[in-house]
Structure formats: structure tokens, C-alpha cells
Design a protein around this ligand. Structure first.
Ligand SMILES: Nc1ncnc2c1ncn2[C@@H]1O[C@H](COP(=O)(O)OP(=O)(O)OP(=O)(O)O)[C@@H](O)[C@H]1O
Length: 308
């Protein structure tokens, strides 16, 4: 029998009064993968994740976590699912290390708390009251609390927002280790490099729907135009090059002898450019292909204007 996905969202709708925050969203997350959910502010990411966590009920559609309803089956799911809360629900006078040790005792097979404290750089603030921790320390403690119970699935809502570069790296390493241990990770982020570095799968959400889905490589390859550059002798006849290329390509001489060709850059296009060079007695120097980044793809899909 096929294993249930860790997260299976079908036709999810969630409204706040007249506002439809999630509008028929479908998303399935395979076990043991890291899925990054990206989207502009207000796209519906947090609402979706909170519905998966069982904090909100769908207005329509279904959400299943390991095949179970996150609200009705909350007691069964609680030990299997780690949730990184953004500061809410914490008694602010409690000390960081006490909180983590206490959380560990609530689980049957917690991870080594000392090791976790060391890995997330929490040793120096272990005796500090929660309310006196810096934003980054609170963030790291929240991550530690989410994973200390050795969950099978973790939800991380913007896990590295506001962290310094060292803490970001430590968080990334921890997430990679979770994946290597077979844990499923679903995270939201505004950092495209984070998604590129960590995610097996990316879902771009806009207007409460998934508008693109795939590995970072697939998303960067598909749809988006790419650029090919080369150096040749000045004033080449680009009109004849354009005739050899697909209709949606462009070719320009940026500075004398420096050329840029855009379009669907694939092996065929590269072959067309180099054979055109050969026919015209041009030795293309420093020929290079620039791939679009995930940020380029994201902006292309979601637009460059600021949202209201
Ligand atoms: N409790 C609420 N009451 C009313 N409207 C809400 C509530 N929570 C979210 N919304 C609205 O629902 C929409 C989706 O919000 P959500 O927080 O899910 O987006 P998001 O993608 O996580 O955004 P961000 O990147 O800014 O965190 C937004 O328009 C937001 O204003």
C-alpha cells in the first residue's frame, strides 16, 4: 500500500470575515522531504500552515496530516508533529533551558537536550528568562522546542527571520540533519536563498493558491528566460543570428564585442549560437549561461509591485 503523504491539502478554503485568505489550495508534501512555501506578504502561507497545525479549521476542503484530521486527531498527532511557535503561548518568566528540558520530558524519546542547546548556541542564555532573550535567541529556542520531541514532521514558520548569519547557518544545518533522519519539514520563508539551499520542493503561493510547484532547479529552468553571453569581434550581424534563433529570442551588443542573447537557453540554442559563430568565422570567447535564480522566478510569477 502506498504511504500517505505527510501533509495532504485538497481544495483548502479559509476566510476571515469577508477576506478569503486561502482560496482552494492544493498541496501534498512527501515524507522525508523539505518543502518551502514561498509567497508575498498576505499570500496565505501562515493561515495554511496554522490549518495544518490544527489551530484553524478549514471553511472548505480537507487537510490531512499522516492521513489524520489535525483538529479531530490532535492528541494522536501532537507527539508526531513539531511546531515552531512565534513567541505566543510562552510563560515569559520561564528560563530558556528549563523550558526546553520541560518540553523534552513531555515526549517519549526526546533528543539530547545538551546537544541541541550547543548546536543552536543557546548555552550562554540558558538561565535567562524568556522575555529577556533577544529576538534571535527566542527564535532559536522556539526551533529547539519544535524538534526536541523527535517529531516525524515539523512546521517552521519563517524559522530564520531576523537571525544573524551564524544562527541562520546553524538552523540550516539542523534542518538538513532532520531531513537526513527522515523527518518531513514544511517551512515558510521570504529568503529565496534559504529555499534554494534547503528545499527539495518549493510551493509558491499567491492569492491563497499554489501558483508554482517543483524543485528549485525545475522552477528556475521552467518558463523563465535565461541569458547567454559571449565575447566576439565587434559589430557582428545580429540580425542574421536572430534569424537562426527561435522567435522569442533577443540578441544585443552591450559594449563593442560583448554580446547578450536571451530566450529559452537550452542545448539546442547553445548549438545554434556556436554554429552561427562557426559559419561567420567568429571564435566566441568566455561563453557563459546565466540561470535565473529562484528570486527572478518568484518576482516573475508574483509581480514586482508592493502589495497593499
Ligand atoms: N486573524 C485574522 N483576521 C483577519 N484577517 C487575517 C487574519 N490572519 C490573516 N488575515 C489576512 O489573511 C490574509 C493571509 O494572511 P497570512 O498571514 O496567511 O499570509 P502570509 O502569506 O503568511 O503573509 P506574511 O508573509 O505577511 O506572513 C492576509 O490578507 C491577512 O491580512
Amino acid at each position: 500500500m502506498r504511504e500517505e503523504p505527510a501533509v495532504d491539502i485538497v481544495g483548502l478554503v479559509k476566510r476571515y470575515g469577508p477576506k478569503t485568505a486561502v482560496d482552494g489550495l492544493d498541496l501534498s508534501v512527501g515524507r522525508g522531504t523539505v518543502t518551502a512555501v514561498l509567497g508575498p506578504n498576505g499570500a496565505g502561507k501562515t493561515t495554511t500552515v496554522e490549518t495544518c497545525e490544527g489551530y484553524r479549521r478549514p471553511d472548505a476542503g480537507t487537510v490531512r496530516i499522516f492521513g489524520l484530521d489535525p483538529v479531530a486527531n490532535a492528541p494522536v498527532l501532537r507527539p508526531r508533529v513539531g511546531v515552531m511557535l512565534q513567541s505566543g503561548g510562552v510563560y515569559s518568566g520561564a528560563r530558556a533551558e528549563e523550558m526546553l528540558r520541560h518540553t523534552a520530558t513531555l515526549h517519549a524519546h526526546p533528543v539530547d537536550v545538551d546537544l541541541l542547546i550547543e548546536r543552536l548556541g543557546l548555552a550562554s542564555c540558558g538561565r535567562t528568562a524568556y522575555r529577556r532573550l533577544s529576538g534571535g535567541q527566542q527564535q532559536r529556542l522556539a526551533l529547539a522546542m519544535a524538534v526536541v520531541g523527535r517529531p516525524e514532521l515539523v512546521f517552521l514558520d519563517e524559522p530564520t527571520a531576523g537571525l544573524d548569519p551564524q544562527a541562520r547557518r546553524a538552523t540550516w544545518d539542523l534542518i538538513r540533519d532532520l531531513r537526513d533522519d527522515g523527518v518531513t519539514v514544511m517551512l515558510t520563508t521570504h529568503y529565496m536563498d534559504e529555499a534554494e539551499q534547503l528545499a527539495d520542493d518549493v510551493a509558491i503561493i499567491d492569492g491563497g493558491k499554489v501558483i508554482a510547484r517543483g524543485s528549485p532547479e525545475q522552477l528556475c529552468r521552467g518558463g523563465a528566460e535565461n541569458t547567454l553571453r559571449f565575447i566576439g569581434r565587434p559589430a557582428l550581424d545580429l540580425a542574421s543570428l536572430l534569424k537562426a534563433l527561435p522567435a522569442d529570442s533577443t540578441a544585443a551588443e552591450l559594449t563593442p564585442g560583448s554580446y547578450r542573447v536571451t530566450g529559452k537557453v537550452n542545448p539546442q540554442m547553445l548549438a545554434t549560437v556556436t554554429s552561427w559563430c562557426a559559419q561567420n568565422g567568429v571564435m566566441p570567447d568566455r561563453i557563459s549561461v546565466e540561470r535565473h535564480t529562484l528570486e527572478d522566478v518568484f518576482l516573475e510569477l508574483t509581480g514586482k509591485e508592493l502589495r497593499a
